[in-house]
Design a protein around this ligand. Structure first.
Ligand code: HEC
Length: 128
């Protein structure tokens, strides 16, 4: 895995990715960036009006886990778990309904870094 500090991208871009279902439907144009579709199964922020509940709420994800500095040694286990979960949810739970975004190539590493920031950056609306 990359140096821990580089694992977090920009939460604003992460939010756009999490809210986008692009790439998972037949109407998509080839070549457009895929979305993470996270909102379809998770609550992500307080502002959302509709979201799916197949997965647990991700609101306050980093805050609940006590992440005040995602680059710190203390945050390392949760950073690694979160990365692994988004990359390949079935590595932790073989029956997981969650798509294996990285493993299946739906999201790029950089897109996952942005989604990581959305979940773990204390400045992200997820942790407000
Ligand atoms: C098809 C539904 C679905 C989609 C889409 C989905 N997830 Fe999930 N997710 C789940 C389910 C179900 C669980 C809980 C069961 C499990 O562990 O797999 C979960 C668990 C998680 C967890 C672990 C939560 C915890 O408390 O340990 C994280 C983090 C997560 N998802 C992030 C994401 C992100 C980020 C995206 C978008 C890139 C996403 N999920 C898209 C269904 C989904």
């Amino acid at each position: 895995m990359a140096e821990q500090r580089q694992v977090l991208g920009d939460w604003k871009q992460g939010e756009a990715i999490a809210q986008s279902g692009r790439g998972l439907t037949w109407t998509d144009t080839a070549g457009a960036a895929n979305g993470g579709n996270c909102y379809n199964c998770h609550q992500i922020s307080k502002e959302e009006i509709s979201f799916g509940t197949i997965g647990p709420s991700l609101y306050n994800y980093g805050k609940i886990r006590g992440v005040s500095d995602p680059a710190s040694a203390a945050a390392k286990p949760i950073v690694e778990y979160t990365w692994g979960k988004i990359w390949n949810a079935k590595a932790y739970n073989a029956c997981s309904n969650m798509p294996r975004s990285g493993h299946m190539g739906n999201l790029t590493e950089q897109q996952i870094q942005h989604v990581m920031a959305l979940l773990l950056d204390p400045a992200s609306p997820v942790n407000k």
